[in-house]
Unconditional design. Sequence first.
Length: 253
Amino acid sequence: MRTPGAKALRQTARWLRSRFSRGALILGYHRVAEAGSDPHGLCVSPGHFAEQLDVLRRVARPVALHELARGLQTGTLPRRAVVLTFDDGYLDVLQQAYPLLEAYQVPATVFVVSDYLGRQFWWDTIAEENSQVRSLTSEELCRLAGTALIDVGAHSVSHPTLAALPAGEQWIEIEESKAKLEEILGQAVHAFSYPHGSTSAATREMVRSAGYDYACSSANDVARAASDRFELPRFWPQDWNGETFERWLRWWL
Ligand SMILES: [Zn+2]
């Protein structure tokens, strides 16, 4: 038997839950390296990264991005869930970050730019000290993807400001990066990350049509049940020591 106000009450309860439930944090990183030259602020030192992982293990619940996406949909996300992601697919994700992720058993998703595998990004060619800095090769990417902790997602073909491109070019960036990575890895690619955080309603619709299941933006917010799964917000931890990171994390959790 349904009372007249039951539907409105249910809707209100859902709204309250989504408004006040704490949700989960998705953290975005680029590089784990001692910064010789870091004009874009992309580096967290290996020492600080280890301290941040130690904090995550103590005060949070590290989960994989696919677990978060499923948990948001089904309402089964553990409290204090935190997801790690890496954008651009730098070699130091394999050399510096992965051994630490393994030591602390923290999963992560690595978003790679399909046309830049094994190459240097244009923004690194500007800083002379970064002339040795490059992205993962296909072979190195496969090694990472073969581990239990790492998922690979796509970060476009050429890292453009996606939403500013004509629709046809956006589609190529979105669809071809998925196809190329799936060919290299021999497994499905479910996640996308918008280069420069650039996205629009039309861009998100293309990401959905291309067969991705979820996508990360660069907007700073907590991911909640009500979040658009094609625009999952992220925070970008800086080169903080454990103490600073823990203070920051506890505020959001
Ligand atoms: Zn990027």
